[in-house]
Design a protein around this ligand. Sequence first.
Ligand SMILES: CC(C)(COP(=O)(O)OP(=O)(O)OC[C@H]1O[C@@H](n2cnc3c(N)ncnc32)[C@H](O)[C@@H]1OP(=O)(O)O)[C@@H](O)C(=O)NCCC(=O)NCCS
Length: 203
Amino acid sequence: MKRRQGRTRGPTPEPWLQTLRLDLREFVPGDVEDIVRLDGDPRVMKYIGTGRTHTREESIASFPRALRYPSLYANLGVWRASRRDSGAFVGWFSLKYAGAACDIEIGYRLLPDAWGQGFATEGAAALRDYGFDDVGLERIIGITHPGNRASQRVLAKIGMADEGWGHYYGHRVRLFAIESGVRDDFRPGRVEGAGDRVAKRRS
Ligand SMILES: CC(C)(COP(=O)(O)OP(=O)(O)OC[C@H]1O[C@@H](n2cnc3c(N)ncnc32)[C@H](O)[C@@H]1OP(=O)(O)O)[C@@H](O)C(=O)NCCC(=O)NCCS
């Protein structure tokens, strides 16, 4: 896969990566209300950081970091996800450095309306494949709050192994990881829900 060159083509960028049901694209300044909605929801933020929701002002202040990420770190970023059938905003997926650590992590944050339908697994599996096949990573990690069983299940479903405790972002977390060689052995079809959703990346 060739990553699409250039940041945007007009106000709404083309999807950068497609899965069976999701479009992923770069964020643009006009998307800020999506982040206000996502980070202002206590159900979404329960296992993020201290568990506190972000005020509208905080979301607006932090949003430029997501916009800048692709220009700071080639091939990495945070991507806005929407449903291909309705165009509805679902949340975001990321492949980026895990805070100050050298590890590259897969992350995701979805609106509650979208939960329980396999979307996180679908998007995370696509970024796993992108990270290994296109970026050439050898290892990708996933980090969750110890109580975030849904997120731990997502990471397990994309083939990550539970590596126990880790310390990232100043918190004691559950650490999951997958190596590229293991991924080659890993057959997603063995895991219900992950095998039939193959990413189609646009060049
Ligand atoms: C975590 C999150 C991304 C999961 O999204 P999702 O689209 O519902 O995930 P999926 O449907 O792909 O898979 C969820 C899996 O967890 C399971 N699950 C859900 N709640 C669970 C719980 N409380 N305990 C155990 N398993 C649970 C589901 O049954 C499913 O597994 P299955 O397919 O084997 O049945 C979503 O809840 C979310 O965005 N939460 C808020 C932000 C967040 O916590 N992000 C992760 C930070 S590490």
